[in-house]
Design a protein around this ligand. Structure first.
Ligand code: SF4
Length: 130
């Protein structure tokens, strides 16, 4: 005879979470950096690079504000058969002796046009920002 006349009670363990892909982890780090007031490059390079005071919000790419896409330092750099958007600060025309500090050959430093602008933003003469 059982002490209590109840069916055994089992707790179903939660299903394991799907691991994030590399791109999802990267986007998560970008969002965390932007939430802390840093440019997403902070997540890739560890650069202490503040957002511009007039930068648009990271989470709402269509919202008004300064973006990397309107910056004169964002250039397409060829790499094999493709081109990659990179930040060629401080001078896109003159390669520094040790190379551009924000340029690596990895996807972490690809500069999305929708990213909020950093404090070094300078508008592209022909396009500019709204
Ligand atoms: S705003 Fe301009 S200088 Fe700043 S990270 Fe973007 S492309 Fe580079």
């Amino acid at each position: 005879m059982d002490l209590f006349d109840l069916a055994p009670f089992y707790v179903q363990p939660p299903a394991p979470l799907e691991p994030l892909t590399t791109g999802e982890r990267r986007r998560q780090r970008h969002a965390e950096a932007a939430a802390g007031g840093f440019h997403p490059l902070y997540a890739a390079l560890g650069l202490v690079l503040r957002l511009h005071p007039d930068a648009g919000p990271y989470a709402y790419p269509a919202a008004p504000g300064l973006r990397c896409g309107g910056c004169r330092f964002r250039r397409l750099v060829s790499g094999g058969a493709r081109t990659y958007p990179k930040c060629l600060w401080p001078d896109p025309e003159v390669r520094p002796a040790r190379g551009w500090p924000r340029l690596t050959h990895g996807p972490g430093t690809d500069i999305r046009a929708s990213w909020p602008a950093c404090v070094h933003h300078e508008p592209t003469p022909e396009r500019g920002d709204p």
